[in-house]
Ligand binder design. Structure first.
Ligand code: SF4
Length: 212
């Protein structure tokens, strides 16, 4: 596999925010979102086998592991890596851009599925069938940069099946395009039950771009 970085930090996103976590950042992505903050992961990286990745994860002595990118499902071996980590007893999160069919990933994994809003420039790549495939363990995430994005996210979030918890739908303000208080105001005005989602690691380490 090709890996960009493996590091230990505080989980800054998702319903698991605030918990220590090992991050495995995979190289490569099939999209080019306008706001992407991990462009360094498009190509930079080193070749490593799955057993070597597991050894490096073990070195951190941490139960929570996130597989991120780039786009992790860009590499065919990612579902196997996830399964092996799950079989070792890890809680595994997958951050995926929502263009791939999430059914290729073990349902024991917590899949955080992006739905790309118009402001990303990649909304035509969304695989909306994933809205049917999410389980109660999974989460859906929208990065919202404008009122147009918000209206899109509001509409799409209502397309999830009734059983899917609305507070597992994350609305994340795009920094610096949209202030958190503006997004909070819209959510309250519309009585949505989605979760306002801030990137905790950027609050803790505002001047560090990598490895946090
Ligand atoms: S999917 Fe993620 S890694 Fe890929 S371009 Fe968009 S923001 Fe960047």
């Amino acid at each position: 596999m090709k890996i960009n970085e493996i590091f230990h930090s505080i989980q800054g996103e998702s319903l698991n925010a605030g918990i220590p976590c090992v991050f495995v950042r995979l190289t490569g992505c099939n999209l080019r979102c306008k706001y992407c903050d991990t462009r360094y992961a498009y190509n930079e990286g080193f070749e490593i086998s799955i057993p070597e990745i597991i050894d490096k994860v073990d070195d951190f002595n941490c139960n929570l592991v996130e597989i991120t990118g780039g786009e992790p499902l860009f590499q065919e071996e990612t579902p196997l890596l996830i399964r092996k980590l799950l079989n070792r007893g890890h809680v595994v999160l997958l951050e995926t851009n929502g263009s791939y069919d999430i059914r290729i990933v073990d349902q024991r994994c917590i899949r955080i599925v992006d739905i790309k809003c118009p402001g990303s420039g990649e909304a035509d790549k969304n695989n909306f069938r994933n809205l049917k495939y999410v389980t109660l363990r999974d989460q859906i995430k929208f990065v919202v940069g404008s009122r147009e994005d918000y209206d899109f996210a509001k509409k799409v979030s209502k397309m999830t099946k009734n059983s899917f918890p609305q507070n597992s739908i994350l609305f994340s303000p795009m920094n610096p395009a949209l202030k958190p208080e503006e997004l909070a105001g819209w959510i309250l005005e519309d009585h949505l039950e989605v979760r306002l989602h801030l990137q905790l690691h950027k609050i803790i380490w505002p001047n560090i771009d990598r490895g946090v």
